[in-house]
Design a protein around this ligand. Sequence first.
Ligand code: ADP
Ligand code: F6P
Length: 320
Amino acid sequence: MKRIGVLTSGGDAPGMNAAIRAVARKAIQDGMEVYGIRNGYAGLVNGEIFKMSAKDVSGKLQFGGTFLYSARYPEFKEEAGQRKGIEQLKKFGIEGLVVIGGDGSFRGAAALTKLGYPCIGIPGTIDNDVPGTDFTIGFDTAINTVVQAIDNIRDTAGSHKRVMIVEVMGRDAGDIALWTGLASGAEEIVIPEHDFDYEVLQDHIIQKFENGKRHAIVVLAEGVMSANELMQHMTRLTEQYDTRYVVLGHMQRGGKPTVRDRVLAARFGVFAVELLQKGIGGKCVAIVNDQIVTHPFEDIFSGLKHQPKLELYDINAMIQ
Ligand code: ADP
Ligand code: F6P
């Protein structure tokens, strides 16, 4: 394979730039040509494709976002959309593609592979919800950003003797809430993968205030319900104690990638190119017990399941 493409798709994540750089630099050093595709699958279909030099990727790895931009493009779920994408790949003589995104993006990559264009997926999303990998690019940066925010929220909660409900992202997965809840010493963590009871939750917090605590932090994953909704369900608590909620929102998706995310991006990027060089497509790269491995896309869509590290939930409860 002499000419490959790279695109980012779905929600952006810090570290995507570092992954694009790794793909481009590895391929160019090995004598291949690399084409950047802007705006995900939408840009592929529209021919937003340009040849990248090693210089095009310099000065980018330390920034969040993705300089290739990203898009959600539902039309790519249809074969007609995929065939239009293939026409563009043919036009530019691109023989294989690296897709950086979540498992939705991998479905597009799997479809292109089936249609004869080998694709490799690199898991990039702050949600950490891609099956078969311990970590996705962007998760580490997002949890560090969230912990910093919760530390700030705790300062003011303590001054005013308040309960603060902090809603974090994650789509249907509780990973962000789980890791940041433990790391920030949250009194309660509410995630989709663990049951909870409004009465027990309120009892816990009331008990802590009665024992002299001046603040309580509840970290809530957006996949359970909104922070406002949770607050409405806890009238026994809110009648006794001043309660506020904070929705952290998209600030969780930006910022300079952490060392962990940059290193993961470099490892994934190089490995992805090596697979294409061997003519391998139809797989995504993953990290399991600190080893870079691959999974066929089919296993990501059925078979492998994502499960957050629930022992962290128990550990948090043990050290309250
Ligand atoms: P993520 O990749 O972060 O999971 P999405 O689920 O929003 O994000 O998917 C990103 C993009 O991937 C979609 O906008 C679409 O272009 C493409 N995609 C998603 N699902 C499919 C599918 N079933 N077939 C082909 N392409 C898909
Ligand atoms: O998948 C990343 C993510 O940030 C989720 O955590 C969140 O639910 C969603 O994307 C938000 O999407 P949008 O940026 O389209 O509002």
